[in-house]
Design a protein around this ligand. Structure first.
Ligand SMILES: [Fe+2]
Ligand SMILES: [Fe+2]
Length: 207
């Protein structure tokens, strides 16, 4: 299966993106081990998370609509955001992945989703924090937190992460430049902020 996906990626994705995918796979496995999550599922979801990254906007919209996905206004004007959902469709159709947890982890890696599973969090965080994202103190702290507290890492990463296309931007950056922000990023952030506070009030720890 892994070889099959790698062969497909080599034909559909630039080599630099494959390097990113392999780094996400490695970090997802490490996070899975730290949080007692199925490492095979984490590796599969990470390996397939960017399958549709280089599909054209037209193809993304067509595939999303054909599969019955709801394409709201923000998605319609920023079809690249659909590469996560469409990646899950490709995983299902091309690689016969029927495991819902894996498909959801692929589909939620860009916008997140309130209440999403720990496996989803692991792929989201590995995608956002893999080593080549940068070597700042802030990123290193987020990486450290991701190995100990998924909820806290999620809300802090949502505050810093890109909401649109290429770069690793903050919400503040997008507001200042008048970019559209998909509401799911905000609801995801709010969900994990609340969960993190709840956990903190129960355990008395913010680690
Ligand atoms: Fe992606
Ligand atoms: Fe990615």
């Amino acid at each position: 299966m892994r070889e099959q996906v790698l062969t497909w990626l080599a034909a559909n994705v630039p080599a630099t993106r494959i390097d990113h995918i392999l780094r996400v796979e490695r970090m997802a496995v490490e996070l899975a081990d730290s949080h007692n999550i199925d490492r095979e599922k984490a590796a599969s979801a990470a390996l397939m998370h960017d399958l549709a990254k280089y599909f054209s906007p037209k193809r993304l919209l067509q595939m999303a609509k054909a599969d019955g996905l709801e394409v709201d206004e923000v998605l319609a004007t920023n079809p690249h955001l659909l590469h996560a959902d469409v990646g899950a469709i490709v995983a299902r159709k091309n690689f016969s992945i029927n495991d819902k947890e894996i498909l959801q982890a692929i589909a939620n890696h860009t916008l997140g989703r309130p209440g999403m599973s720990q496996l989803c969090c692991i792929v989201f965080l590995a995608d956002s924090l893999e080593p080549a994202r940068g070597e700042t103190k802030e990123l290193d702290l987020l990486r450290k937190i991701s190995y100990s507290n998924l909820e806290r890492a999620m809300w802090l990463t949502c505050d810093k992460r890109s909401l649109t296309l290429k770069a690793y931007r903050t919400v503040q950056y997008l507001l200042e430049r008048r970019c559209t922000i998909h509401p799911r990023v905000i609801t995801t952030r709010n969900w994990f902020l609340t969960q993190s506070k709840l956990k903190q009030s129960i355990t008395g720890s913010s680690a």
